[in-house]
Design a protein around this ligand. Structure first.
Ligand SMILES: Cc1ncc(COP(=O)(O)O)c(C=O)c1O
Length: 472
């Protein structure tokens, strides 16, 4: 557990120097959130560069358990160029999942050897772009993809670095759709197939350099055990390959999934089910995860007399959420309030719904809400909260009442239209998944710096952007 401590007078969601209450208003990196909303309008994504750097520094602490550690930020979590640039300047590398993300990574200044590519349905064009650029590695998702890479490499007369993505029957305590290393999941290949692919790859050294193995157990993984199982599965393959062929893999990639504690403020934690609470309130750090895994493998390496294979091995991690989730706050405006006499409920209608926070409806993801305009006041009044979309499911609660989300949100009494609500921890899988449903244009984003400077890193779209590529 590495969460920063607050003084007893700060709210539980506060983080000293980052999320604070001043003059009754939320301040982010010492910048008045309400003033930001007035200047840039809402919805607004507020990105904190110091918080991204803080998160990366925390992740890099894992290197004390294995110095050859390569962090590749999973850009799917948030691929805003402004974010990618801060990540690059913080000194880590990047993971991309498509030709589009490769394009953005290069545009943000990442060098090819800093980029690795995942993707379960890569097109020939995407593979060609990756090989042509000469990236660190392409993670292969099937035997077919290995053949395709060989063909493209032969055509381009360039050698491709490749990694085999495995599934190994590893489950986690995360959401079912966020588990990605089960035999029933759509990713990767089984250990048996991986062996065949590796043998084929080492027989073709002029076209492919078999660089490593990869398993991503899933996102928001609360425990170290699945990582240990994944390491074990890859290590076993690595030893087997070395024994059979003498080929030494350069890296093992343990994927992403380091969780973020979405329940720093646990005021409403008891209103969600135990499973969700464990997952959303997880505190596992990259260091704790790697320590467990390395201890396990070290014992196996000693037994097999393969200590040098371990010490020479680069361990790749692909954190997304842990870098960006708590570094972004969505500021959303209250556009409507109403009371329903039949149920006695007060409603707050905001200008941000699942068009910006898709996980809220897909996975019933909990994002803590606070009133930025009156952040210092007690948040005890229950409101049914909902977004602006013409869809009854666009609500901040669990419509089916299955205990996935609190039925209401606690905010100050008598909320007025025009007040600003801050949705905390909304950096991961929000902007990168947003939609223009109902003709709602994409919001602006600002980047805050340590010195209090505010930089616009994404202009708000205009109505014209809604029809930019349409032809009458
Ligand atoms: C292959 C792969 N690596 C890394 C990640 C990043 O995961 P997270 O954001 O949970 O760290 C994902 C996302 O699910 C992924 O699919």
């Amino acid at each position: 557990m590495t969460d920063e401590k607050n003084s007893p007078f700060e709210p539980a969601w506060g983080i000293a120097g980052y999320l604070e209450v001043k003059n009754n208003r939320l301040h982010i990196n010492d910048v008045d959130a309400v003033a930001l909303a007035e200047e840039y309008d809402t919805p607004l994504f507020v990105v904190s560069a110091p918080r991204i750097r803080h998160n990366i520094a925390q992740l890099l602490e894992a290197a004390r358990h294995h110095p050859k550690l390569k962090l590749c930020y999973a850009s799917k979590a948030n691929n805003l160029l402004g974010v990618l640039s801060v990540v690059r300047e913080a000194g880590i590398d990047v993971e991309v999942n498509s030709g589009g993300e490769l394009f953005k990574a290069i545009k943000a200044g990442f060098r090819p050897e800093q980029i690795e590519m995942n993707g379960i349905s890569k097109s020939e064009r995407e593979i060609a772009e990756a090989i042509d650029a000469g990236i660190y590695t392409i993670n292969l998702d099937s035997p077919f993809e290995l053949e395709l890479v060989e063909q493209v490499a032969a055509r381009l007369q360039k050698r491709a670095n490749v990694t085999v993505r495995l599934v190994a029957g590893v489950g986690t305590r995360s959401h079912a759709a966020l588990q990605t290393a089960l035999y029933t999941s759509k990713f990767g290949v089984s250990p048996e197939q991986a062996r065949e692919m590796m043998l084929r790859a080492v027989r073709n050294p002029e076209l492919v350099n078999l660089a490593g193995l990869h398993i991503h157990v899933g996102s928001q993984t609360p425990d170290p055990e699945p990582y240990v199982q994944a390491f074990d599965a890859m290590w076993e393959q690595l030893l087997w390959l070395h024994k059979e062929t003498g080929h030494k893999l350069q890296h093992i990639n343990i994927g992403g999934g380091i969780p973020v504690n979405y329940l720093r403020d646990r005021t409403q934690a008891n209103e969600i089910s135990e499973d969700e609470r464990v997952m959303l309130g997880a505190n596992l750090t990259a260091g704790e995860m790697l320590e467990s895994a390395i201890d396990f493998i070290r014992a196996s390496a000693q037994k097999a007399g393969a200590e040098d294979l371990l010490s020479d091995l680069e361990i790749v991690m692909e954190p997304g959420r842990a870098v960006i989730a708590d570094a972004v706050t969505i500021l959303t405006g209250v556009r409507n309030v109403k009371h329903r006499p039949e149920t006695g409920e007060d409603w707050v209608l905001t200008d941000s719904g699942y068009n910006l926070m898709l996980s809220m409806v897909m996975y019933h993801w909990y994002y803590h809400a606070i009133d930025a305009t009156r952040a210092g006041e007690s948040h005890r009044h229950p409101y049914r909260m909902a977004g602006p979309l013409c869809d009854g499911g666009d609500v901040y609660f669990d419509l089916h009442g299955d205990g996935h989300l609190p039925d209401s949100r606690l905010l100050p009494e008598r909320i007025q239209v025009g007040e600003i609500i801050a949705m905390l921890n909304t950096g991961a899988y929000t902007m990168s998944q947003m939609t223009a449903y109902n003709g709602r244009i994409f919001p602006a984003a600002v980047l805050l710096e340590e010195d209090g400077s505010v930089k616009l890193v994404r202009r708000r779209d205009s109505y014209e952007d809604l029809v930019y590529n349409e032809i009458i």
